[in-house]
Design a protein around this ligand. Structure first.
Ligand SMILES: *Cc1c(COP(=O)(O)O)cnc(C)c1O
Length: 381
């Protein structure tokens, strides 16, 4: 099939021509039986299948284990759930204060503005409400949401997510941003989007013009593998960066996709070349039917150790697990402290060499005094 550039580069064309059925994809690549079953069942009852022509072209048609292919083409494994897997692994429903508005942390909220994405990630943490085929429907109610935001003056940070907020029209997005900016206590706005990876054509001049009017605005993208950072994606990211938007990336640690240090190092180095700072590396949420993607935390920590010290400090993301059931993000860190002693702390560097940081008696005494005053006990002399 030959597509004129004008169409290919038009995000509406990309959306209109998404591959959404078993038949459409089967005409273009040879599926393995597990993929056929995934498309027949999981895509019907769990999370819809949808793939932009742009992203389809990045997939290796001859390799079912292609790291991009595994993220977006359903598999029969999705139909199997472990006893500890959940519909709502991050416990968002219990913190929902208005339809689509999750208020968990003291000063910031998660605002879900749509249930649609350009392409669906098979490990989606919100598959219960995203894509329209799951068990729940995402309700959206602007009035209830903005009333809550106006009333709660402690909210200084609004994270717009979904679904993918950049699938909304420029007009709808502008309206949301404008209404948020009318609220004085909201200091920063953030958008979470995978559009630069699945549909880079969406990053148009007119979109950038809309976004530019609502600074301070931050964007976090979602990239898991260096192959996703094509010239098109890089160009889209540069446009956003040139609009003055600080860019971060959130990855999910996925088995057979990015669970080795070399791939992760390549990913973070490529991200910073695209002017994106790695922000979080997520332990895969305990969403139903994602067992085949899960990597042990111990392995995740090994990968983190092979990043720290081996690349630019700010290219190293924070590894986190979203506390199952609604604990929020919990940082996971390799331990570099080998032991605390009377007179020293023993430390290990990135190469595994041991260093001693001395603490003399006087310093220890001052430290104790500091602790006492911090605890509100005051000093006594
Ligand atoms: C992740 C998340 C946030 C934002 O967390 P940060 O650590 O500030 O990036 C806010 N609310 C909810 C419910 C979240 O899951």
């Amino acid at each position: 099939m030959s597509v004129p550039d004008k169409d290919w580069n038009d995000w509406h064309w990309q959306l209109k021509n998404r591959l959404i059925s078993l038949e459409q994809i089967e005409q273009r690549l040879f599926l393995i039986p597990d993929e056929r079953r995934g498309l027949m069942f999981a895509a019907k009852e769990k999370l819809a299948f949808s793939l932009t022509p742009y992203f389809f072209n990045l997939i290796d048609p001859f390799n079912p284990d292609c790291p991009l292919r595994r993220q977006v083409i359903p598999r029969a494994e999705e139909l199997v759930s472990m006893p500890y897997e959940m519909m709502d692994p991050c416990g968002e429903d219990k913190d929902m204060v208005a339809p689509g508005l999750v208020h968990r942390y003291p000063d910031r909220v998660l605002f879900l503005v749509t249930d649609r994405c350009a392409t669906y990630c098979r490990y989606c943490t919100r598959s219960r409400i995203v894509s329209g085929v799951g068990s729940q429907k995402l309700e959206i109610d602007d009035k209830l949401t903005f009333d809550y935001l106006k009333k709660h003056t402690e909210i200084r940070d609004v994270l717009i997510s979904g679904g993918d907020p950049l699938l909304l029209s420029d007009g709808r997005l502008e309206k949301i941003l404008r209404q948020l900016r009318e609220i004085d206590h909201i200091e920063i706005i953030r958008i979470g989007t995978r559009v630069p990876i699945f549909l880079p054509q969406r990053i148009t001049e007119s979109l950038c013009k809309v976004l530019k009017a609502y600074h301070p605005l931050w964007i976090n993208i979602h990239s898991n593998h260096p192959k996703e950072l094509t010239l098109e994606a890089k160009t889209a990211l540069e446009k956003l960066a040139d609009t003055g938007i600080p860019l971060g990336n959130q990855s999910v640690l996925l088995k057979g996709i990015n669970d080795d240090p070399q791939t992760m190092l390549e990913l973070v180095n490529k991200l910073v070349r695209c002017r994106v700072r790695p922000y979080y590396l997520y332990q895969c949420d305990l969403i139903q039917g994602t067992h085949h993607f899960r990597v042990p935390i111990r392995r995740g920590l090994e990968i983190m150790q092979k990043l720290r010290g081996f690349t630019t400090g700010f290219a190293v993301p924070q590894y986190v697990v979203d506390g199952p059931g609604g604990g929020g993000k919990i940082p996971l860190n390799p331990d570099y402290v080998m032991g605390y002693y009377e007179d020293k702390v023993l430390l290990r560097n990135y190469e595994g060499k041991i260093y001693s940081y001395p603490m003399d008696q006087q310093a220890k005494g001052e430290e104790n005094e500091d602790r006492q005053s911090e605890a509100g006990m005051g000093k006594y002399k």
